[in-house]
Structures are given as structure tokens and as C-alpha cells.
Design a protein around this ligand. Structure first.
Ligand SMILES: Cc1cc2nc3c(=O)[nH]c(=O)nc-3n(C[C@H](O)[C@H](O)[C@H](O)COP(=O)(O)OP(=O)(O)OC[C@H]3O[C@@H](n4cnc5c(N)ncnc54)[C@H](O)[C@@H]3O)c2cc1C
Length: 449
């Protein structure tokens, strides 16, 4: 059968192809567009909106609704940016990659963009911005409405399964689960990483990138709680204590954070702990060295991590020792010796572990060592550390350095930020930058499709 017989245009202008081989007789829909964005999450919607200024855009997502992850962000309130956004809040700070992108679409640009889309915002502690309504759905609705207003076509409920460039041409071909194929000049991969797995980001973007020769910094889950299997004190679940947490890698201090430490059944959580997990590359699996956990970085060296909790950062160990001694001399009963300093349940654990010796109790208040067995996995993680190597992407455009017309944005790239709105700011900035050039190129080219 020749090509003419295989392909025909439908009345609506769509093209159909009659499949051969095992799918013989089945019709395959073929669509054309200037720009195809795979992923209708934060960065994909931003990219689609940006590209739509100059080109025809399709935004496709495997989920049957846009922005599924966004609904879960900021505990349902969506902390969508942070006034203090700068390169230091991201990994690899100092190479200029992130700041080059943030400069092109800043926090101020983000606030103005959402305002224009009809979403008021509210600034809270730590420079964190939320929608004024306190509802993450306001962010999703504003973005989706804007994308539709600008003529982006949304194809939902259909996962992209493969991407390729057609021969030596400048056309990409993307095949979807339904059998639909979309041909495009510009392909924007906005598939996210693997964090929050249930929201649809399953790491497909990495496979698509590999097709074009890209390589990965091994992805691992971060911004999540840590588990401690070795003798973690029981009975602390639910206890919260303000303090300082310090991460030790192979016995050396690596990072330090301040905030609320939250105890779980077998570990610790809280934003300050989440932020430490970004530094835990090559975490040894439970039980020490040996077989690596599935999904952990295979190329990385293994490290041993411990978190040291300081429950009273404002006082020295010496001051605490004197305070406890004074209480003992005044005849305080055992339960009251640490009263008002830490939560009663935490006090009980400290007293038990210190054998009620003032010197040891003071030491434990300043430094409770918690060995880290592992972090929580992809379902609980808020961000992916690792991803497509930055060196393979031009930060001025977010275009691949390996394939013209191919762009990346959002979490699929090896960029991750602290808690506080930094990851979404990266999604908006990188998405907008990726969309800008892809749109521009189509504007200059003869209209495609
Ligand atoms: C629980 C939780 C809370 C968070 N809270 C905050 C917060 O308050 N502030 C903050 O800054 N960050 C927060 N984050 C992080 C932030 O949400 C992400 O960094 C951001 O959403 C990443 O955007 P993205 O567009 O790269 O990926 P995603 O938002 O994950 O979107 C990727 C999209 O691609 C689609 N997709 C993937 N593969 C395919 C395929 N093969 N075919 C078609 N579609 C595909 C997915 O279905 C998904 O919709 C949170 C994350 C989680 C999980």
C-alpha cells in the first residue's frame, strides 16, 4: 500500500492514517501544531501561555484535568512564589543557570501575571505568596482560563508514550496512548520529575529526553520526611518542637536549618527537615552499604547521614546545664526538671536517655543525634532532586543544546529549590522562558500545520 492510500484528511482537516501490522485497519489520528507542550502542570501551562503569543499550541496531559499537582501544593493553599527568590535557594547555586532564567521572568513578573489573570495574592511570613482566596484551585483556574483564552488547545486524559524527530526534518512526532500522533515544530517537555507520583509525574520526561541524547543527574525524592530505624525513641509521634536541625554527612556538618521539628512514629518531619533532604545524595540504604534501593542514584557514592536536633538554640549547653542543676538543687521532681523547656513527652525521653544526669540532659537538649535510614519515597516527596543536566540546556531559552526545537521546563530539569514557593517560581520562570522562544521561532517561520 502506498503512502497516499495510508493517509487521508478528514472533513475537519485532521489527518488519519490506516495502521498496518498488528493494528491493521485501526485509524490513527494525526494532528499538527507549531508547539506541543507535554504536561499541563505548573510549568507546562506557563509554557503554553507564553508560546501562544506567537504560535499555535497544544498542551497535552495524561491526567483528565489540568494542574493536578497544584491542588495539593501548600497544603491546598498553593505557596506559588517567594519574595526572596534568588539562585541561593536552589541547588547548584552559583553556576548562573537558575538566575539567568529567573531574571527573564521574575517574582514581580509572576505576581503581575497572576494579577492580570484575575488572581489576587497575599504575602505571608517569610515572603511566601498565596492566592488571596487561600485556595490552590484559584491558581489552576487562572492558568487554565488564560491558556484557553489565548487559544491553547488542551488535550487531556492521554499520555504521550514516545517522542522522535522525523528523519533529518525539523519536525517532532509524538505518539499518545490513544494512538493519536501529534507533529510539531517545537516540543516542550514539561512532564515534571517523579515527586508526588500519584499526580501524574512518573518520570516519563526523562525517557523522552534520553531519546534525544540527553543525560540525567540521577533523580531522587526530596522535601520529605526522614525515617530512622536504629533505636528511634518510641512515643514521640505528634510531638512538635521549635529548634535547629543540622545534617551530618559521614560525620561532617553539611547543612543547617531552623524551624519546627515534628516527630513521627519512626522519624522526623517538618519544613526544616524537608529542606535538609535536598542535601542527602547517595543516601545509604537501611542496614548500611550493599544493595541500593530502587530509584536511588546508582552512580552516586553512598553516604551515611545523621540529623542533630538542637531544641534550645538560644542557649549554650553550659547555660542549660546550670539551669537544670539549679532546678535539681531546688528539689524539682523529675517530671518537672525540663518543664517549660521542651514538650513533656520529649522531656521524658531526654530524662530517660540521660539517666537524669544534668550534664547529659543538657547535652541531649543541644544535640539529639538521629541516624537517617532513608527518606520517604516518591509519593510523599514534594520535589525531585536531579533530572536533565543543566549543561545540556541553554538557560537563555531553555532550549536543548542537543536538539533544535526541543525545550525543557520545570522539575524535569536538574533544578530544585527549598520549601517556600521556590519550586513553583522555577516552574513559572522556566516555563515562560521555554515558551517565549519556541513561540518566537514559529512567528518567524512559515506557519506550520
Ligand atoms: C504535595 C506537594 C506540595 C507542594 N507544595 C509546593 C508549594 O507550596 N510551593 C512550591 O513552590 N512547590 C510546591 N511543590 C512542588 C511543585 O508543585 C512542583 O515543583 C511543580 O508543580 C513542578 O511543576 P512541573 O510543571 O515541572 O511538573 P508537574 O506539576 O508535576 O506537572 C507535570 C505534568 O506532566 C504530566 N505528564 C507527565 N508525563 C506525561 C506524559 N507521558 N504524557 C502526558 N502528560 C504527562 C503530568 O500528568 C503532570 O500533570 C509541591 C509538590 C508536592 C508534591
Amino acid at each position: 500500500m502506498n503512502r497516499k492510500q495510508e493517509r487521508k484528511r478528514t472533513e475537519s482537516g485532521r489527518e488519519e492514517k490506516t495502521l498496518q501490522g498488528k493494528d491493521a485497519g485501526r485509524k490513527q489520528e494525526i494532528l499538527r501544531t507549531d508547539t506541543l507542550v507535554i504536561g499541563a502542570g505548573a510549568s507546562g501551562l506557563a509554557a503554553g501561555i507564553s508560546a501562544s503569543r506567537r504560535s499555535g499550541v497544544i498542551i497535552a496531559d495524561g491526567n483528565d484535568r489540568t494542574g493536578k499537582k497544584l491542588y495539593a501544593t501548600g497544603n491546598g493553599r498553593c505557596n506559588f512564589t517567594n519574595a526572596g527568590c534568588s539562585e541561593e535557594n536552589y541547588n547548584g547555586g552559583g553556576d548562573g543557570f537558575v538566575s539567568c532564567v529567573l531574571k527573564q521572568f521574575s517574582v514581580q513578573d509572576t505576581l503581575e501575571f497572576f494579577e492580570e489573570c484575575g488572581m489576587m495574592s497575599r504575602r505571608e511570613e517569610g515572603g511566601r505568596y498565596y492566592p488571596y482566596s487561600g485556595q490552590a484551585s484559584s491558581v489552576v483556574r487562572a492558568l487554565t482560563r488564560e491558556a484557553q483564552r489565548r487559544g491553547c488547545r488542551l488535550f487531556l486524559g492521554d499520555r504521550a508514550v514516545s517522542t522522535e524527530k522525523i528523519g533529518e526534518s525539523d519536525t517532532f512526532s509524538v505518539l499518545f496512548e490513544s494512538g493519536r500522533r501529534i507533529l510539531c515544530r517545537n516540543l516542550i517537555i514539561a512532564c515534571g520529575g517523579r515527586a508526588g507520583l500519584k499526580t501524574g509525574s512518573t518520570g516519563d520526561g526523562y525517557g523522552f529526553a534520553r531519546t534525544f541524547g540527553h543525560t540525567l543527574v540521577p533523580p531522587r525524592p526530596a522535601l520529605t520526611a526522614v525515617e530512622s530505624e536504629a533505636g528511634f525513641p518510641p512515643g514521640l509521634k505528634g510531638v512538635r518542637s521549635k529548634g535547629c536541625v543540622c545534617l551530618y554527612r559521614d560525620g561532617r556538618e553539611t547543612a543547617r536549618e531552623q524551624g519546627e521539628i515534628q516527630f513521627t512514629e519512626t522519624g522526623i518531619s517538618g519544613i526544616c527537615v524537608f529542606d535538609l533532604t535536598r542535601h542527602m545524595e547517595g543516601l545509604q540504604p537501611p542496614g548500611g552499604s550493599g544493595k541500593k534501593r530502587k530509584d536511588t542514584a546508582r552512580e552516586e557514592a553512598e553516604h551515611r547521614y545523621e540529623i542533630v536536633c538542637d531544641f534550645v538554640p538560644e542557649k549554650t549547653e553550659e547555660e542549660l546545664y546550670l539551669l537544670i542543676r539549679r532546678r535539681m538543687e531546688r528539689g524539682y521532681d523529675m517530671q518537672s526538671i525540663l518543664e517549660g523547656i521542651v514538650n513533656d513527652r520529649l522531656a521524658a525521653v531526654i530524662l530517660e536517655q540521660s539517666g537524669c544526669r544534668a550534664v547529659d540532659a543538657a547535652a541531649l537538649l543541644k544535640a539529639m543525634w538521629i541516624p537517617v535510614s532513608h527518606t520517604k519515597g516518591w509519593n510523599e516527596a514534594q520535589v525531585t532532586c536531579g533530572g536533565i543536566r543543566r549543561e545540556e540546556i541553554d538557560p537563555r531559552t531553555m532550549q536543548s543544546r542537543l536538539a533544535d526545537g526541543l525545550y525543557f521546563c520545570g522539575e524535569v530539569v536538574d533544578v530544585d529549590g527549598r520549601c517556600g514557593g521556590f519550586n513553583l517560581q522555577w516552574a513559572w520562570s522556566s516555563g515562560t522562558v521555554a515558551g517565549r522562544l519556541s513561540g518566537k521561532q514559529c512567528g518567524r517561520m512559515k506557519k506550520f500545520g
